[in-house]
Design a protein around this ligand. Structure first.
Ligand code: ZN
Length: 114
């Protein structure tokens, strides 16, 4: 009998996609000495043997990476125009204007009582 190390029904650790944990699994299917399917001993769901790997973050999407590369080559988008700077302090001409009469009737400066 060849010693394959593992046999059907043996308990091995594997990542259960349903439990999302590394749990005991029973070997349910083997091909050429390689575990193909396992059964979670916690939720009894059968799934392909994941070699104990799973639940890790997927590598970045290659398409997104390509997109980033394209974006990196593009010239940086024009920054929005900054708000117009406040005009330089203008000389105040009001103080230079001569005093005016304040009257209800234009062109008729008050001459007092007639
Ligand atoms: Zn499970």
């Amino acid at each position: 009998m060849t010693d394959l190390g593992k046999r059907l029904g043996d308990l091995i650790d594997d990542y259960c996609p349903r439990c999302r944990l590394l749990l005991n699994h029973a070997i349910a299917s083997m091909v050429d000495g390689q575990v193909v399917k396992v059964i979670c001993q916690t939720c009894f769901s059968e799934h392909p043997y994941r070699h104990g790997e799973g639940g890790k973050k997927k590598p970045p999407n290659p398409r997104a990476t390509l997109f980033d590369q394209v974006v990196a080559k593009l010239p940086s988008p024009a920054a929005p125009d900054p708000p117009p700077a406040p005009p330089a302090s203008q000389p105040k001409k009001r103080s230079l204007n001569p005093a005016r009469y304040i009257s209800r009737h234009k062109g008729k400066p008050p001459h007092g009582k007639r």
